[in-house]
Design a protein around this ligand. Sequence first.
Ligand code: ADP
Ligand code: MG
Length: 703
Amino acid sequence: MPVTLTSSLAPVIGDKSAKPLTKAFGMQTVGDLLRHYPRRYLEIGQLTPMSSLEVDQHVTIMAEVRAIKTFPFGPGGRRTRTEVLVTDQTGEITLTFFSRVFGIKTGDVGLFSGVVGSFRGKLQLTHPQHDAIGDRLARGVVPIYPASAAAGSVLIERCVGLALDAVEDLPEVLPDEVRRERGYADVAASFESIHRPYSVAEGMAAKARFRFEEAFVMQTVLAQRRHRATASTAAARPPRDGGLHDRFVAQLPFELTRGQQEISDAVSAELASAHPMHRLLQGEVGSGKTVVALLAMLQVVDAGGQAAMLAPTEVLAAQHHRTITRMLGDLSRSGMLGGAEGATRVRLLTGSMGTRARQESLLDLVTGEAGIVVGTHALIQEGVEFADLGLVVVDEQHRFGVEQRAALVDRYETRPHVLVMTATPIPRTVAMTVFGDLDVSVLTELPAGRQPIQTNVVPIADRPAWLERAWERVREEVGRGRQAYVVVSRIGDESSDADSPTSSLVELHEDLAGGALHGLRLGALHGRMSADDKDAVMSAFAAGRIDVLVATTVVEVGVDVPNATVMVVMDAERFGISQLHQLRGRVGRGSEPGLCLLVTTADAASPSAERLKAVASTTDGFELSRLDVSMRSEGDVLGTRQSGFRSSLRLLSVVRDEDVIVAAREVATAVVEADPELAGHPVLAAAVAALEATDGADYLERT
Ligand code: ADP
Ligand code: MG
């Protein structure tokens, strides 16, 4: 049997070597090993000289064996300890093995890798992995692999060598002309170059090829999805003159911003086509995405269809329901007193609604009486039937499971149009991967007259009095008829975190009521309250019957109370950059400037304090998201569900490799357009299928 990438590893490199590799890296196949690429390359002359070894360092050294001594040890002296003295031009070090050692003799020159330890004041390597220098001297370059103590770089290098010599039939994923155009070597030569280069440059060139390959396969998956989405059909929902849409525009109390107008026009045209719209609307916090969505929904209703808006929380669903009903006024009161001629009905559907209200909503959906429904994931459940669902709007996508959206959309033979809205600005590269099958519109402009938000960091570790000043500011705002949010990181009714140094909602609410904010009308809002209670509190706050809302991050997304002008965030270092940006977007939504106070006990020199400073320094969400992404690891950026997918990314960084992703996307799109089912590219088709099959492919938005 020829050895291929899918062959089992142990027979090729031997059980004894395979074991530590499987244990440390989960390697099972020859492919797993060959795709374990060097972290970097060192020219022989750059290997760590012995004079500069440091304890706990993971090192690979080249040295000559000077002396080998064995000593008996252990009970009865039945075991053997071996000490090998090795030297280079700069010094010497002892290698200690608690066994006999084979394959090393005096005068040999070899590579040794391991973790530097110290024994009786002298540096040593215990059980280093070793290999004869062999033809590495001729090549002049040593690859350094991601390693562990039991699976050191030298061991990996030796095993890779065995695998490279044995493997046949390497699959070429890149189409020939792509490879030629980009000047990449073929796959066999590239594996050779990445593991056994004759120069650092040769290794790097091979890395570039495999990096591109990763981006290319991923973008081919996405290009195929885009292709299928456009090939499928949707009901065309053209605008109707004098319909609800036009009447709503006529009664809007404000002018649309230019951005809102442009995106609405584009959306309108897409809704009118018989292919499903599939658009991501990214908009800065407070940029007015809801109106854009509402206009789209009304066009669909005018065309005889229904629109569903999915919100990530009950608070937000209830708020959207209220806002939309209010904005539509008599246009939303079909069959009711004061309802306009040709009006529609707006329904709410959430998991915690009473049976009767739920039945009413369901009935209006199935009969088509309700043109618009706003809801949570309850909208996706069995038993929710629409008369004619034409548009799904997903608000604040980052909180919403991809599968959940798919569950609503995939059910129907003719697909509804889809508009996804998010206020979390996503860097271009991430949008191209995570949302790679969506067209993206960006709403950057805020409505005219919108007031800036001033953000201050309030470090109370060394200046406790500043917290008092913060509460004073809250009192001042309330004194002027304004409202405030106080945001905390935990609820605090659970005993488990009683010792936590952070403020809890329960305690702070009590403290403030009896102290700094005595006499003001306080309310509390958190995720564990019943839906009715939450709704009652939000309505009271929206109506101005509560002055200060002490809340957890349930207020993070989308909550819109224009009269709120100040927000105090307690233990602000507990929150991420994007989250803080979202949070402060709750103030400064009316005609008054907003103030956000980030209260923190973090040390001024700590990374947390740096993040808070960054948030305070700009209100540009895109700038902040770039920062956020650069401060987080790749896995965080792509999300937790994408483990399988992430494991297929070995060289590509979604954060750093924008140019590679852009190029790969272009090439992949062209390949898919010319050959949608990849009939002429069987190897690529197999790679695509393999990626789709990983759990991680879920991350890639489904249509
Ligand atoms: P977000 O994009 O954060 O979801 P919203 O849609 O909630 O923002 O809009 C924020 C506020 O701005 C709302 O009170 C909304 O009525 C108002 N608004 C939206 N568009 C405009 C506009 N063109 N001019 C003035 N106010 C607007
Ligand atoms: Mg919103």
